[in-house]
Each structure stands twice: as structure tokens, then as C-alpha cells.
Write a protein that binds this ligand. Structure first.
Ligand code: SF4
Length: 394
């Protein structure tokens, strides 16, 4: 099965108030250059699970897990995530892509996504990214409301977002995804409605829409603790979610995953690999990989990651065999089509509904899940309470 490649670029212009990702503020170009060299070295060292496209330890593969799900060296998606990868210089991106091409057999129609933030690119840089083969932009808008942009400490204003979007189109990006966040402290349903209206009017091919989660250790968590910010009520969050479903569906977007909407044919190929439990190799600080059987993860601190790679070409800090059946079930339920119960039984050798009979009966009765032509799916209401449903499998 073709694999995906994830490349983590941890640098950002500043730190947003809600962010708990592995990121560092971009201070000096030497540090970035050293990081890129480490990343290239890690890629070239070849992931441990790959040995001519095969598992190193074949005996560890689940008896019920078909061989075609193993990671191979064929790659059909590459994803630059972060952080803010658009802060990289084109020649740094070129070095990274060259190293991927040396180790992996990259498909001609590879989807190459780069996360880009407003006010981090110029037309010249975008032209260079396009000519390097980057064909999808994941654009971090979050909100068009100036007050909310300040609350999130995004470091750009709404006009920066509008202008960068125009530049992306002028550079020829024909596959653009927008990120928007709902449920910000102080945000009203009307604010959210205006955000949706502006996003839809700009006609991106794809939208990723999240409800704000307040993570421990972030500035925003501190502001909430000290009483300076008040999280919105659950009822309002539910209304925002429903409004988003109605508006985007009416505008011709398909909700193919709980938080993701696309015009037909523009679903993210890379992210779909995670939800279908397909292999993805991650490189860079804090990057995670799944080779068809194991998950493994890299060191989370950038300076330590660079040192580890410079000394031993590996920054792996843990590896674990995962419960494939459980992960397949709850990741698959995130997708609009859900999971085929027949495929599940063939693959894992047991009946999922029978195994979780008591919980599933409860969910069916509460209208949270439904069965549709042999597929188990979340209902509209179930998508709102998805965490409760997924906890059955964890
Ligand atoms: S731009 Fe993204 S990764 Fe960077 S600090 Fe903000 S939220 Fe975090």
C-alpha cells in the first residue's frame, strides 16, 4: 500500500495563545538551517520499518492484518506540517524533497501539501513552492474577526489572510484548504456565521473546521483559569456545529470526516490515510509514524531532536504495537461513510457490534449511531458526541 510522508517544521513567527503543538519561535536562520540538515539526515537514514519495502520483523504483523496494509517505499502523499512550514526558504524545501525522492519511490501524481499561514509568503516564494511540486495549500485562517485574531495571538490580521489567499490563487494553487476555529471565548453565533459566510465566498476547495479545545499549559488556559476568558457554553458550541453543517452542505461541500469538508474530488488524500489506518512515515521533531503495525514517535524538543539526529540519525523515543481493531474502528467512524461491518469482521475475525453490544445498543437508542447498508456510521448528533463514542474503543 502506498505510504504517506509527514514532515514537521516546528518554527512559527510567534506563539499563538491556544497552541500546544511542538513549535519554536523563528529566531535565527542558522537554527532553521541546522534543523533542515537534521531532517534531511533522518530521511536519508531510512525508517527502521523499511527494508526494501518490507517489515523488518514480519512475524509481528497481526495474523488478521492483510499484507497489503504494510508500509512500502511507494509514496503518494507528502505533507509539510508544523509549525509554519511556509517560513522555510524554497531551497530548504527543495533539499527536503530531494531527500524524500532519494529514499522513496514517489508517485507521479503525488499530493504535496504545505501548511501556510497568512503574511508568511511572497508571490515569488509561492511561485518557487509551486515549481517544486507543492500542489495543495493548507491555509491557517482560523477567523476573520479582528478581536478573535488578537485573542488567539495569531500575529496577523484579517486583511493579511485575504491578501495571502489572493496570492495563493495568483500563484496557481488550485487546491486550497482553509482552517477555521469555532467556539472561541466571547464568540457569538453571528460572529461564527460571518466567518462561515466569508470563507464560503472565497471558494476554497476544502475546509477544516474545529471546535476550540483549551489545552493545559497554553496562554489561553491560563487566561481561562484566571477568569479573564470564559469558555462558551456547550449548547452554543452545538449550535455552531449545526450551522456549519447546514451552511457548508448548502454551499456544495461534502462532509467526508467529522471536521473536514471538501468539494467533490478534493478530499485530503494525506489525512484520509490517518483515518483509514494506512501507513504514514513522520520525520522531524515530535513526528509520529505508523508502519502498518507499530506506532512510533520522535523526541518532542527541537534542540534535543537535532542533537539526537546529529549523533545517531534517529530521534525515536517510543514504539508500540497498537490494537489495530480498536484504532480502525474509531478512526473509521470519523469518516462520513463509517466502517463496513463485513470488512471489519473479515479483517479482524470478530463481529464489532457483538463485541460492544451493550454500548452500541445505548448509542443506537440515543440516536448517536446508525447502520446504513452494512456500514456503521455516526449520526449528525453522534458527531457532536463523538468523543464519548470513541472512548468505548480506547
Ligand atoms: S501558527 Fe499554528 S503551530 Fe504556530 S504557534 Fe500558531 S497555532 Fe501553533
Amino acid at each position: 500500500m502506498p505510504s504517506g510522508i509527514y514532515l514537521h517544521i516546528p518554527f512559527c513567527k510567534s506563539r499563538c495563545s491556544y497552541c500546544d503543538f511542538a513549535t519554536d519561535v523563528y529566531r535565527d536562520s542558522d537554527a532553521v538551517e541546522r534543523y533542515v540538515a537534521a531532517l534531511v539526515r533522518e530521511i536519508k537514514s531510512e525508517p527502521p520499518a523499511l527494508a526494501g519495502g518490507q517489515f523488518v520483523d514480519d512475524s509481528e504483523r497481526s495474523a488478521n492484518w492483510p499484507a497489503e496494509y504494510a508500509a512500502g517505499s511507494d509514496v503518494d502523499t507528502i505533507y509539510f506540517g508544523g509549525g509554519t512550514p511556509s517560513l522555510l526558504e524554497p531551497q530548504q524545501v527543495e533539499k527536503i524533497l530531494n531527500s524524500v525522492n532519494k529514499v522513496f519511490s514517489v508517485a507521479n501524481d503525488v499530493e504535496i501539501t504545505m501548511e501556510m499561514n497568512p503574511a508568511t509568503v511572497t508571490p515569488e516564494k509561492l511561485d518557487a513552492f509551486r515549481s517544486l511540486g507543492i500542489n495543495r495549500a493548507s491555509f491557517g485562517v482560523q477567523t476573520f474577526n479582528e478581536r478573535d485574531l488578537k485573542l488567539l495571538a495569531r500575529g496577523h490580521d484579517a486583511n493579511d489572510a485575504r491578501q495571502t489567499y489572493r496570492m495563493l490563487r495568483e500563484a496557481g494553487f488550485a487546491n486550497i484548504s482553509f482552517d477555521l476555529i469555532a467556539g472561541l471565548p466571547g464568540q457569538t453565533l453571528e460572529d461564527w456565521s460571518r466567518n462561515l459566510a466569508e470563507a464560503i465566498a472565497m471558494e476554497p476547495e476544502h475546509l477544516s473546521l474545529y471546535l476550540l479545545e483549551i489545552h493545559e499549559g497554553t496562554q489561553l488556559a491560563e487566561q481561562v483559569r484566571s477568569g479573564r476568558r470564559t469558555p462558551i457554553e456547550d449548547e452554543l458550541a452545538a449550535e455552531m456545529y449545526e450551522l456549519m453543517l447546514d451552511r457548508l452542505t448548502a454551499a456544495g461541500y461534502d462532509q467526508y470526516e467529522i471536521s473536514n469538508f471538501a468539494k467533490p474530488g478534493f478530499e485530503s488524500r494525506h489525512n484520509t490515510k490517518y483515518w483509514r489506518l494506512e501507513p504514514v512515515f513522520g520525520f522531524g521533531v515530535s513526528a509520529h509514524s505508523f508502519d502498518g503495525r507499530h506506532r512510533y514517535a520522535n523526541e518532542r524538543d527541537t534542540a534535543r531532536y537535532v542533537e539526537m539526529i546529529e549523533h545517531s540519525s534517529s530521534a525515536e523515543t517510543y514504539r508500540e504495537a497498537i490494537d489495530l481493531a480498536s484504532e480502525f474502528a474509531f478512526l473509521g467512524l470519523r469518516l462520513e461513510n463509517g466502517i463496513s461491518l463485513k470488512d471489519f469482521a473479515e479483517r479482524f475475525g470478530f463481529d464489532l457490534k457483538e463485541r460492544h453490544k451493550a454500548e452500541f445498543n445505548e448509542f443506537f437508542n440515543a440516536g448517536l449511531i446508525e447502520e446504513n447498508e452494512g456500514n456503521l456510521q455516526l449520526t449528525k448528533k453522534g458527531k457532536l458526541y463523538s468523543n464519548e463514542i470513541f472512548s468505548v474503543f480506547v
